[in-house]
Design a protein around this ligand. Structure first.
Ligand SMILES: [Cu+2]
Length: 366
């Protein structure tokens, strides 16, 4: 019975929906927003490594698992500190402006030192990553924190207090499991941003891994034939949380995508991108203070990482804050790559992809 329903769902998932994927549209450090380039369109300076396309990375040995599809080093490395709140705002659609389209699978965050190399020229293929956060199923056991991202929410991690100063890549990864009932069906959406951490910590991370390398095609959290079965308990792939794990992590309220790049200077070959020009109505989320304070509290409960790896039972599932994720969203949704048109209110140009988070637009349609 279960097998049948899983099969049925996976058949649904390959039905001819308009395919929609997404990308990391913005990272904020303690409320200061830094927008990312649209995939494949170099529009301005950003700390987010631009990916070539919104499509998922496929395959556990794919070199693009490091920072996303043909990710390019970014021009900026932006300041942060131990204890900083780093907020990731994902978007859907090739040109953004839509919500993240998937709702089944984990969100994980890793960091890696850029060593003596400036992060803007650091080759991520040699990076030693340590895991700092992971969110999977909610306490209800059937919905995922990723469903909050699908509703437009952001995701925030609070950096460890003892992080050593220096350049770091921070890698926020969404894994979508709607096709992972087939071996190799899993979709990886890794994204990297470049941080310069100050302070005077002296922590050295344990449990470092490489990407690719950290995941195997048949890992329980990668190949998930039972993902839609009642009672399914997710086992996170990759290493256990590092000793330098985040202080806390959770999904957090949506953050508007800033209309302008941090530098305000468009890259030479920039698209028509009126980005800078547009006086665009929106106060451009300036300094979008929202999430930071909201974020922190969550999880001392999260602290049980190691056991989590060992005991895939309940504790592993839901480290993040329940507070941040009170909205119970339609559980049955299978999360296929379907476009939900938020485009309707897109008088706003792509350039200032301000988001209109009207609840009305947030219904899941599957
Ligand atoms: Cu997709």
């Amino acid at each position: 019975m279960y097998r049948l329903s899983a099969l049925f769902i996976s058949l649904l998932a390959v039905a001819p929906y308009v395919s929609a994927h997404g990308f990391l549209g913005q990272v904020s450090v303690d409320g200061t927003p830094y927008r990312g380039n649209l995939p494949g369109k170099n529009q301005g300076s950003s700390p987010i490594r631009m990916v070539a396309d919104i499509s998922p990375v496929k395959g556990t040995t794919n070199p693009d698992l490091t920072c996303g599809l043909s990710a390019q080093a970014a021009a900026l490395t932006v300041p942060a500190n131990p204890g900083s709140n780093i907020t990731f705002q994902w978007e859907g659609g090739q040109d953004g402006g839509q919500d993240w389209p998937h709702n089944v699978g984990p969100i994980m965050t890793y960091m890696a030192s850029c060593g003596s190399t400036d992060c803007s020229s650091f080759n991520a293929s040699g990076a030693k990553w340590f895991k700092v956060a992971q969110s999977g199923q909610k306490p209800d056991g059937s919905t995922w924190y990723q469903a909050d991202i699908m509703q437009g929410d952001s995701y925030t991690v609070t950096l460890d207090q003892n992080l050593s100063p220096g350049g770091y890549l921070i890698r926020n990864e969404i894994i979508s499991l709607q096709l992972a009932s087939s071996m190799g069906g899993v979709e990886f959406y890794p994204a990297c941003a470049q941080l310069n951490v100050g302070g005077n910590g002296n922590g050295q991370p344990n449990g470092t891994v490489s990407f690719p390398g950290a995941y195997g095609a048949s890992d329980p959290g990668i190949y998930t034939p039972d993902v839609y079965n009642p009672g399914f308990v997710y086992q996170f792939p990759g290493p256990a949380l590092s000793n330098l794990q985040a202080v806390s992590w959770s999904t957090t309220p949506a953050v508007a995508i800033d209309a302008n790049f941090a530098s305000g200077v468009a890259a030479p070959s920039a698209a028509p991108s009126t980005a800078a020009a547009q006086p665009s109505a929106a106060p451009a989320s300036s300094a979008a203070p929202a999430p930071s304070s909201a974020a922190p509290a969550p999880s001392s409960a999260a602290a049980a990482p190691s056991s989590a790896a060992a005991a895939p039972s309940s504790s592993a599932a839901a480290p993040a804050s329940s507070a941040a994720s009170s909205t119970a969203s339609a559980p049955g949704a299978t999360g296929s790559c379907r476009v939900r048109s938020k485009r309707a209110n897109a008088n706003a140009t792509n350039a200032d992809r301000r988001r209109h988070f009207s609840r009305v637009n947030r219904r899941m349609t599957h």
